[in-house]
Design a protein around this ligand. Structure first.
Ligand code: NAD
Ligand code: MG
Length: 389
């Protein structure tokens, strides 16, 4: 029996994880859950999965939940400290890190420092402080299993091979909902349309990241730290069908890939029960019905965010944390229709240009850069809002 904690249990990855727990009750039990402010869903999850403790980052929401759960044997914590306490629950063996954005950094690091195995969906902390997270993990013998489908594919394609034989990692990208849209139309594209992902059903932030290709930019940085491979050996190819989840090229010319239907429960369950493969009961992959796979080079002109991801990695230090924070602010502003779609990249570019890069030696360094970049990006958003008003 494996006791798990889910950070971000009410989200898309969180609920998919709980689907797996419900399907395999002999393998998993829930020790703790956390969410941002979704009281209704967390309350329902408490009733079904009976965790010993939960946390909401919003203290007011935690108050409401306490009132509703009176008489139930569950401890209810709040704030960042509360999230971190759940990540460190003594009973937990594995922490599924599935909060969205930089908000996951502190609790995910807390899990690592408490010696928990980590299944990592929340890519933003790896972007902000990848070196630090890996150093902490190494010190404590913690394994970080990738959940992101591309990184899970790479992890699987590396099994049984020697890492010194690796020539290149090739991340596949679906191209997102706007892949075929001319630049002029992109300027006016509304969130409703940008939120229509062709292959994956995910939270709003990552769906917009897929539309800008920033998701791939973040994933390049994530791959850099997860696999300790320099950016010059990480490539990206657009594969619209999202069946090949990524590839690893070896120096003898051999290329290993992992394929499957786009269903996050495959990489989640692999990270949860590695190296066992759980019988998920999905429909078989019908390659004849799919007929053909297509591939395209990324278009850096219409999708500058991918290049910004590479650039942040090249500049290093606090630059990836700056990129990430500026992106979070810009995406939130776009979702609120305060800026246009193309402004997202412009706000990130402007924030990176204004940033004085420093080394990330401590958690505080990453958090400082994050705070600074959010403020700067906020200014740039306001300037753009005024312009268009
Ligand atoms: P989501 O928006 O559906 O869920 C986010 C979860 O985090 C929710 O439980 C929410 O309550 C919680 N949360 C939000 N803000 C918070 C805060 N400030 N403090 C504490 N908790 C907070 O997001 P998602 O699509 O499940 O994505 C989660 C992470 O996994 C992201 O980093 C994303 O990039 C990554 N990821 C997701 C998918 C996917 O298929 N959804 C695939 C690959 C990677
Ligand atoms: Mg991915």
């Amino acid at each position: 029996m494996k006791y798990i904690v889910i950070l971000g249990s009410t989200g898309s990855i969180g609920t998919n994880t709980l689907d797996i727990v419900a399907k395999f009750p002999d393998q998993f039990r829930v020790a703790g859950l956390t969410a941002g402010s979704n009281v209704d869903k967390l309350e329902e999850q408490i009733r079904t999965f009976k965790p010993e403790a939960v946390a909401l980052s919003d203290p007011k929401a935690a108050e409401t939940l306490r009132a509703r759960c009176r008489g139930q044997a569950v401890r209810i914590l709040s704030g960042v400290e509360g999230l971190s306490d759940i990540a460190r629950l003594p009973r937990a063996d594995l922490v599924i890190s599935a909060i969205v954005g930089g908000a996951g950094l502190v609790p995910t690091l807390a899990a690592i420092q408490a010696g928990k195995q980590v299944a990592l969906a929340n890519k933003e902390p790896m972007v902000m402080a990848g070196r630090l997270m890996q150093e902490e993990a190494r010190k404590r013998g913690v394994k970080i299993f990738p959940v992101d489908s591309e990184h899970s594919a790479i992890f699987q394609s590396m099994e049984g091979h020697r890492r010194e034989d690796i020539q290149r990692l090739i991340l596949t990208a679906s191209g997102g909902p706007l892949w075929d849209m001319p630049l002029e139309e992109m300027r006016h594209v509304k969130p409703k349309q940008a939120l229509k992902h062709p292959n994956w059903k995910m939270g709003a932030k990552i769906t917009i990241d897929s539309a800008t290709l920033m998701n791939k930019g973040l994933e390049v940085v994530e791959a850099r730290w997860l696999f300790d491979i320099p950016a010059s050996q990480i490539g990206v190819i657009v594969h619209r069908e999202s069946i090949i989840h990524s590839l690893v090229e070896y120096r003898d010319g051999s290329v290993m890939a992992q394929l499957g239907l786009p269903d996050m429960r495959t990489p989640i369950s692999y990270a949860m029960q590695y190296p066992e493969r759980l019988p998920l009961g999905q429909p078989p992959l019908d390659l004849a019905a799919i007929g053909k796979f297509t591939f395209h080079r990324p278009d850096h002109e219409r999708f500058p965010c991918l290049g910004l991801g590479y650039e942040s990695l090249k500049l290093g230090g606090t630059m990836p944390a700056t990129l990430n924070a500026a992106n979070e602010v810009a995406v939130a502003a776009y979702l609120e229709e305060r800026i246009g779609f193309l402004d997202i990249a412009a706000v990130i570019r402007g924030t990176m240009d204004a940033h004085q890069r420093r080394e990330v030696a401590t958690l505080e360094d990453a958090l400082d850069a994050d705070r600074w970049a959010r403020e700067k990006a906020g200014e740039l958003v306001r300037a753009r809002t005024l312009h268009s008003a």
